[in-house]
Design a protein around this ligand. Structure first.
Ligand code: ATP
Length: 275
C-alpha cells in the first residue's frame, strides 16, 4: 500500500500560472474556486459559503491539465500528492481501497494539500454491455473514493481533490454530485491567440532567433495542443542542430517551418468534437 503512495507522491515542480500558456478561461475559473486555499477559508466560513473540495479537469490529452493542477498547488503554497488511477487499480482487491484511505490520510496529515487523481476514467474502466460496472475491485474502489470525498471537510481539512480525464463521458455521475467533484472545468485545445502565447512562452526558455513569426506558426498549427507545441520546439531544435552543430546553435524560423511539415495535431477533429 505504501508503495502506491510513495511512488506517486511528489513535490510539485514550481509551475506557476504564468508558466502555462493560454488556457485563460480554465485559469480564471480555477483561481476563483481555489481562492479559499490561499488563506480565505475563514472569510468563506463567515459568509456561510462552502469551499470547493473537488474539481474535474476534462479535455483532450496534452492540453495542460497536469500543469494546471500543479499550478494550483504552487500558487496556494500547498503540498501536492499525485496519484495515477491506472497504477492504483493494478492492486489486489482490498489493497487499492486501503491505498485510497492511506492517500487521504496522508493528504490530511500534510495539509494544506492538493490530491491529483490522474486518468480518473480508469476507475470506471470495465463495464458490461448494459453499462454496469464490471470488476469488483473497481466497484469497491469507487465506493471508497466517494466515501473519502464525502468525509472530507473541504475547508477545515484544507484538502482539495483535483481529478483529470480525457474521457468525461466515462465518469459515473455519482462522483460528480455536489460535495464531491462538483466543479467541472473544460481544458480546451488552444485558440490561435493562445497558441501564440504558448509558443512565446516555450521560445522564451529556448535559444531562438528574434525573427520567429509566432503568428504564422500559430496559424499553421491548428488543433495543436500545448504538448504538440512542445514537440514542435523539440523538432525545430533538432533541425537547427542538423544545420549547424555547436554551442552557438540557435533555432531559426525556418527550423520551425521544416519541423511543422513532419508533425501533425495529436487530436483529430473528430476527437475534438467529443467534448
Ligand atoms: P494528459 O491528459 O495526456 O495527461 P495533460 O492535459 O495533463 O495531458 P500536461 O501533462 O499538463 O497535459 O502537458 C504535457 C506537456 O505539454 C507539459 O509538460 C508541457 O510541456 C506542455 N504543455 C501542455 N499545455 C501547455 C500550456 N498550456 N502551456 C505550456 N506548455 C504546455
Amino acid at each position: 500500500i505504501g508503495s502506491v503512495i510513495d511512488r506517486t507522491a511528489e513535490r510539485p515542480e514550481t509551475i506557476k500560472w504564468e508558466d502555462i500558456g493560454g488556457l485563460n478561461d480554465a485559469k480564471r475559473d480555477l483561481k476563483e474556486c481555489t481562492l479559499w486555499m490561499q488563506g480565505s477559508y475563514e472569510a468563506y466560513k463567515r459568509l456561510g459559503a462552502s469551499p470547493t473540495k473537488g474539481l474535474l479537469l476534462y479535455g483532450p490529452p496534452g492540453t495542460g491539465k497536469t500543469l494546471l493542477a500543479k499550478a494550483i498547488a504552487t500558487e496556494s503554497s500547498t503540498n501536492f500528492l499525485a496519484v495515477s488511477i491506472p497504477e492504483l487499480i493494478k492492486g489486489e482487491v482490498g489493497e487499492s481501497e486501503k491505498a485510497v484511505a492511506r492517500i487521504f490520510a496522508t493528504a490530511r496529515r500534510c495539509s494544506p494539500c492538493v490530491v491529483f487523481l490522474d486518468e480518473l476514467e480508469a476507475i470506471f474502466g470495465s463495464r458490461d454491455t448494459s453499462g454496469n460496472l464490471g470488476q469488483k475491485v473497481e466497484f469497491h474502489l469507487i465506493t471508497q473514493l466517494m466515501m473519502e470525498l464525502d468525509l472530507l471537510n473541504g475547508g477545515s481539512d484544507m484538502v482539495l481533490v483535483v481529478a483529470a480525464t480525457n474521457h468525461p463521458e466515462s465518469i459515473d455521475r455519482a462522483i460528480l454530485r455536489p460535495g464531491r467533484l462538483d466543479q467541472h472545468i473544460y481544458v480546451a485545445l488552444p485558440t490561435m491567440e493562445e497558441r501564440v502565447s504558448i509558443l512565446k512562452l516555450l521560445c522564451s526558455k529556448s535559444n531562438v532567433t528574434d525573427d520567429i513569426d509566432l503568428e504564422e506558426l500559430a496559424r499553421m498549427t491548428e488543433r495543436f495542443t500545448g504538448a504538440d507545441m512542445q514537440a514542435l520546439l523539440r523538432k525545430a531544435g533538432l533541425c537547427a542542430l542538423k544545420r549547424q552543430q555547436g554551442l552557438q546553435t540557435v533555432i531559426q524560423h525556418q527550423d520551425f517551418l521544416t519541423a511543422i511539415t513532419s508533425l501533425k495535431a495529436s487530436v483529430s477533429e473528430e476527437q475534438q468534437l467529443r467534448y
